[in-house]
Design a protein around this ligand. Structure first.
Ligand code: ZN
Length: 317
């Protein structure tokens, strides 16, 4: 097992269509807080929107690159196909009615002993709300449109769809320090060394499914947490020693990142917990202003001129 374990999921990043629709759904319907409105540092004429709990704690962060007018992607193997949020088990009835009242069709089922509501976002991204006993132990955000007792608390897990399961399983268990915690049929549930929010990764073995294509309505990558820069450097060395092609450390302003592709094709990232979203905005104001990293500030006027307006960042529905 890893000497400095991965702490679980840090964030999930997906491709969206219209940024206004994304804001209305994740803030207005799911009740997440928009904790940062910035641009894609690799494509600064497009937004990067971050949603999370009140603070944007690692393990709660869902982020989007909106590509207005771009085609929809296709769900398939080699992709993170389902992003699952956790709420208290007693809240699933609320969520079922709440989603229905917003015209969102949700299917209820039981997976590995937990109640699950499965639905899609406006771009077809596959989401779930899972009733997790642990979720009741942390209070929900009181500032959103969803009553705090029912609020989404963090990620329950992510699901990776894989054509061949063994190579991905080996990276998760032998390199990344996850352990096989449960399995049922073609679903293998891995858990990070330490229990807690967002510590599970499901691998779904789908040998006959076609490969996915990443575009609107699909996940771009998943990031896992490390406590800081020293841990990240150690992880980078360990991954390189395993023959993985790992990027240099990139400064993402709110965390630092390295990226690599797991053998099944899903893009993985390892991100630091610090500095977090209050590095350039006070807690009370998170998500209200367009934030740019220092290197892009000189281009602010040009960037603001091409980004579509996103007027109300505090959607209440
Ligand atoms: Zn990322």
């Amino acid at each position: 097992m890893a000497r400095l374990p991965l702490l679980g999921i840090h964030h999930v990043t997906a491709i969206a269509g219209d940024p206004g629709g994304t804001l209305a759904f994740y803030a207005g319907v799911l009740g997440l807080r928009l904790v940062k409105k910035t641009v894609n540092f690799d494509d600064p004429e497009t937004y990067h929107l971050y949603f999370g709990d009140e603070v944007g704690h690692p393990g709660t962060i869902m982020t989007f690159f909106p590509w207005p007018g771009a085609p929809r992607g296709r769900h398939g193997v080699g992709q993170l196909t389902v992003t699952s949020f956790a709420a208290p088990p007693s809240s699933l009835g609320y969520w079922s009615k709440h989603l229905q009242s917003h015209g969102v069709t949700a299917e209820r089922s039981e997976v590995l002993g937990e109640d699950v509501l499965a639905f899609h976002d406006p771009d077809g991204l596959r989401l779930e709300i899972v009733g997790m006993a642990d979720a009741a132990s942390r209070p929900g955000w009181t500032g959103g449109p969803v009553p705090a007792e029912h609020a989404i608390r963090w990620f329950a897990h992510v699901t990776l769809a894989e054509q061949g399961y063994e190579a991905t399983a080996r990276i998760l268990s032998e390199v990344m320090g996850f352990r096989l915690a449960a399995e049922s049929g073609n679903r293998f549930r891995y858990a990070a060394a330490k229990d807690g929010p967002g510590t599970r990764v499901d691998v779904l073995c789908l040998p006959d499914a076609p490969p996915g294509r990443i575009a609107v309505g699909t996940v771009h990558h998943v990031a896992f947490r490390v406590a800081g820069d020293a841990e990240q450097r150690e992880w980078r060395q360990r991954l390189v020693a395993q023959g993985l092609n790992v990027t240099p450390v990139l400064d993402r302003q709110y965390f630092r990142s390295i990226y690599y592709r797991e053998p099944g094709g899903v893009l993985f990232e390892i991100a630091t917990d610090p500095p977090g979203f209050t590095v350039d905005e006070p807690l009370a104001d998170l998500g209200t202003g367009l934030k740019l990293p220092p290197g892009l500030e000189p281009a602010r006027a040009r960037i603001e001129a091409v980004l579509p307006p996103l007027s109300d960042s505090r959607v209440h529905g």
